[in-house]
Design a protein around this ligand. Structure first.
Ligand SMILES: NC(=O)c1ccc[n+]([C@@H]2O[C@H](COP(=O)([O-])OP(=O)(O)OC[C@H]3O[C@@H](n4cnc5c(N)ncnc54)[C@H](O)[C@@H]3O)[C@@H](O)[C@H]2O)c1
Length: 215
């Protein structure tokens, strides 16, 4: 099966891309239960997405399914994991080893999704020099030198919001190409830098808002 990743990644709409991990976890569950084939209708029944939409989403990942028989589960898992980048290990560093940063360093689950955090960086002398989950914590000043060896493309940002922009600029200057921003600060990055904001508080606001409307 030949795939041109760049082509497929640039063409797939983000909502479809966001749904693919749902399909992946569901078909993995089916595999565990001993199934070897799955149809889009079957997936649709469990996940709140129409069978047509599922078939369309899956058409982006270059896996073919026969109308009645459906998709081969092993093949589908492999293709989805590959497409989503979960098979390849991406190297990351993390800035701000506070309560959230330390928790992320402790989360070995990230590695199963293709993210390997190789080092933490902080300025607090009580954290610098420590290891969390066997991941060393260095002083931020040493980042450029350390990253020559680590060669991380991804930088995780878990510093206080008031220095988020400054630290983001610093990471980019040190060679970081993608930032996973956990701070509530809307940082600005040059166009060639990939930015992913993960705001727990924004999700909380949505939940509160819906809760009031429902109640
Ligand atoms: N998105 C989320 O889910 C979520 C959840 C909680 C907190 N947050 C945000 O994440 C950030 C961290 O929160 P926290 O509770 O872990 O805070 P924290 O104060 O426990 O940790 C911040 C860490 O950043 C370090 N730091 C300060 N300046 C630095 C620099 N120049 N370089 C590297 N490290 C530096 C501090 O020494 C500290 O260890 C905040 O912006 C917070 O708002 C996000």
């Amino acid at each position: 099966m030949s795939m041109n990743h760049d082509n497929y990644h640039s063409r797939i709409p983000e909502p479809a891309l966001r749904r693919l991990p749902w399909y992946l976890s569901y078909v993995k569950l089916l595999k565990k239960q001993g199934y070897s084939k799955v149809s889009s209708t079957q997936i649709a029944k469990k996940i709140n997405v129409s069978a047509t939409q599922i078939a369309k989403d899956l058409s982006y990942v270059n896996v073919s399914g026969k109308t009645r028989v459906g998709y081969d589960i092993d093949k589908l898992i492999g293709v989805l994991e590959d497409f989503l980048g979960f098979k390849k290990m991406h190297t990351a560093v993390l800035f701000g080893v506070g309560s959230l940063g330390a928790a992320l360093l402790s989360d070995s689950g990230l590695e199963q999704y293709g993210l390997k955090i190789r080092a933490g960086f902080d300025v607090n002398p009580s954290i610098v020099g420590q290891k969390i989950n066997n991941i060393p914590v260095f002083h931020s000043d040493d980042f450029a030198a350390k990253n020559k060896k680590i060669d991380a493309q991804i930088g995780i940002l878990t510093v206080p919001p008031d220095i988020a922009q400054e630290v983001a600029d610093f990471m980019i200057a040190g060679g970081i190409q993608a930032i996973w921003n956990f701070t509530p600060f809307r940082i600005r990055v040059p166009e060639h830098i990939v930015l992913q904001n993960t705001s727990l508080y924004a999700h909380l606001a949505v939940m509160f808002n819906r809760l009031v409307k429902e109640g």
